[in-house]
Design a binder for this molecule. Structure first.
Ligand code: SF4
Ligand code: FES
Length: 249
């Protein structure tokens, strides 16, 4: 298929940036969206031009790096799908595809489609961990966990920290991400020791990073490639109240 791409190019954080149009030819419908970019970048390099900078790592939907807006939707048109798992068969020959970086103050553009998501790392460092004694792993059955809780914790732990929820939110809220991280630890006995301080410290860090308030529109859940449920935000609110703090987000 032959396609027209309008790609956001920006030299650095301070550059104004803008869209550049590229025509790509003979793209296989079996290629992933990132492979299509690889083809374009090879062409640009061969012509002596600067390739398009974009983030990627695992290319199998688990690292959360391949974050970009495709035709106005984080990770593109398919529900529950990361950009690296989006295939060109989702588009038609002759299509024009608009590609942009995440737009959020807390995620400044570093270059082209690459944004700085260290704000998420700092939120995790504020409390998204458990205290463990080093040594041999304990037997799997020595700490019993209800099946329902284990399943719900597992579903929340599927968050890959991609930031699509922030990008889709009118207020650039990070609550879906944060609620997934708090939920999976709050539901398990291993998360017990830091349960109160975790939620308070992570929310304080989120506020410090400049993420906005929840809009309660569910835009985050709709675009999440891991289909993290918005019910985690209700659990986050409950955890915050349980910790004796007042939620203003
Ligand atoms: S909640 Fe979903 S959209 Fe948000 S960071 Fe996690 S995986 Fe990405
Ligand atoms: S490159 Fe890892 S999730 Fe897409």
């Amino acid at each position: 298929m032959n396609l027209t791409l309008k790609v956001w190019r920006q030299k650095n954080t301070n550059d104004k940036g803008g869209f550049i149009t590229y025509n790509v030819k003979d793209i296989s419908s079996d290629m992933s969206f990132l492979e299509m970019f690889d083809v374009l970048n090879e062409e640009l390099i061969n012509k002596g031009e600067e390739p398009i900078a974009f983030d990627h790592d695992c290319r199998e939907g688990i690292c959360g790096m391949c974050s970009m807006y495709i035709n106005g939707r984080p990770h593109g048109p398919l529900k529950g799908t990361t950009t690296c798992q989006l295939h060109m068969r989702a588009f038609k020959d002759g299509d024009t595809i608009v590609v942009e970086p995440w737009r959020a103050n807390a995620f400044p553009v570093i270059k082209d489609l690459v944004v700085d998501r260290e704000a998420f790392d700092r939120i995790i460092r504020a409390g998204g961990y458990i205290s463990v004694n080093t040594g041999n792993a304990v037997d799997a059955n020595s700490i019993l966990v209800d099946k329902d809780k284990a399943d719900t914790a597992f579903a929340a732990a599927a968050c890959i920290g991609c930031g699509a929820c922030v990008a889709a939110c009118k207020n650039s809220s990070a609550l879906l991400f944060l609620s997934a991280k708090v939920s999976h630890l709050a539901l398990l006995p291993q998360g017990g020791p830091e349960r109160k301080t975790r939620v308070i410290d992570m929310i304080a860090q989120m506020d410090k990073e400049g993420f906005g308030s929840c809009t309660a529109t569910g835009a985050c859940e709709a675009v999440c490639p891991k289909e993290i449920s918005i019910t985690n935000i209700a659990r986050l609110n409950a955890e915050y109240a349980r910790a004796g703090a007042t939620m203003d987000k």
